[in-house]
Each structure stands twice: as C-alpha cells, then as structure tokens.
Ligand binder design. Structure first.
Ligand code: AKG
Length: 223
C-alpha cells in the first residue's frame, strides 16, 4: 500500500498521492458507472470534421463540448447533464483544504464549490492532447479557483507546463487515488495525458469493482 504524500509541482499546483481511500474510489466508480452507462452517459467527444478525442467522457453540472464548450445546455441525446453528485462536494473541498495545509499560504489555491465535472475514461490507447482549462466563467478563471482532478484505475502519464513546447513540459505519473489540484498561478497551466499504463489498477480496487480495464479521471471545477 502506498503512503500518503504530496509533491508541489508548481506555484498553485500540487499532487496529493493516494489521498482517495479504496472505499471512496469504489463509491466513485459505482456512481460514475450508474450515471454513465445509459443514454447521455459516456460518449466519445469529437469535432464536426469527424476527428474524435481518444477517450470516453460524461459531464456533470453542465455539458462541455470540444466545439461549443459550455454553451450548449443539452447533451447529444437532448438530455440535461445530472448535477455534480452531492457526495463529491465535501470530498473535493476537503482535498483543497488538504492541499492548502501544505502551502505557505492558503491563498495559493482558493477554496471553491464544484458545480461542473468532466468524467474521462481512457482505455489502454487513450490519451488527451495538451490544453488549458479556460472555458469556465471569468470569475472562476481570474480568481484562480482550482481544478481538482481525481484519478482511479490504471496509471496515466500526465504532462504539464506553462508552455506548449512539448520538450519543456514536465511529467508525473498519476496512480489510482492520486489527486492533482491546479489553481492560483497555475490555473491556466497546459496539461494533457500522454498515455495509460495498461493493467496497472491496484488489486484491492480491482477485486471490488466492475470497472472495465482503463483509467477514470474526474475534473471538478466551479463554473
Ligand atoms: C480534462 O478533462 O481537462 C483533463 O485534463 C483530464 C486530465 C486527466 O485525465 O488526468
């Protein structure tokens, strides 16, 4: 079992290692499974040109689309995304407070109340190109309200940096139960997922869930 630890990646950006208990990971998987398998659940997002993102995605709180961003209220099937499941709100807020406790000033990562969430699912060939999360309201972006990212299942290689230059990016491997938080000066940091390490889901989790092989990632934001 990995110990709890943390690593400051940049001003306003931290990784909390193993901060989600197996029990909470199981609950998160079950909630995402229940809400994700039916109509309006996980879909492969894409562009009108036909190109697709290399992942499956479901939205809570507000629909996000690669072309229309948060503008369209409805999902492809005409339904409205369910709200962020209420049990996630205190979990996310306590993660921010854990992060603040490791920083010289709590202002580096302000507290927020998540009302939107993107849930990504990556199979062995999944990845996500380098991008900034900048479609939330100016209040949220300018205030540096953090994005809280929870990873479950297979490990993934996460790239980040204040540049689009691939050679200058830093990388960190995110394992099941790890949390990345980026806000404040890092709110607009470029980030992406270069690849997944197949079959790396920890056994104690694998035994308790029916997750198909892959990596689940939830990013919580305040719109
Ligand atoms: C996003 O959904 O915007 C992400 O960057 C997800 C990152 C991840 O899967 O770790």
């Amino acid at each position: 079992n990995r110990p709890l630890s943390h690593q400051i990646l940049n001003p306003g950006m931290i990784v909390l290692r193993n901060h989600i208990s197996i029990r909470d990971q199981v609950d998160i998987v079950n909630i995402c499974h229940t809400l994700g398998v039916g109509p309006g659940g996980f879909q492969q997002p894409g562009y009108s040109s036909g190109s697709k993102l290399q992942l499956q995605r479901m939205c809570f709180g507000r629909n996000w689309d690669p072309e229309t961003k948060y503008r369209e209220r409805y999902r492809n099937d005409g339904s409205i995304p369910p709200p962020v499941p209420p049990v996630f709100i205190p979990l996310v807020q306590s993660l921010i407070q854990d992060a603040q406790a490791h920083l010289s000033s709590a202002n580096e990562i302000p507290l927020m109340r998540p009302d939107v969430c993107l849930v990504n699912f990556y199979t062995a060939t999944g990845r996500l190109g380098l991008h900034q999360d900048r479609d939330e309201r100016p209040y949220s972006i300018r205030g540096g309200l953090p994005v809280v990212s929870i990873s479950i299942g297979d490990a993934g290689e996460f790239l980040y940096g204040h540049t689009r230059d691939e050679d200058k990016l830093q990388k960190v491997v995110l394992e099941s139960g790890d949390v990345v938080i980026f806000g404040g000066k890092s709110r607009l940091i470029f980030h992406g997922v270069r690849g997944i390490f197949p079959n790396s889901t920890p056994l104690p989790l694998l035994e308790k869930i029916k997750l198909r092989p892959g990596r689940l990632n939830l990013t919580f934001r305040q719109f």
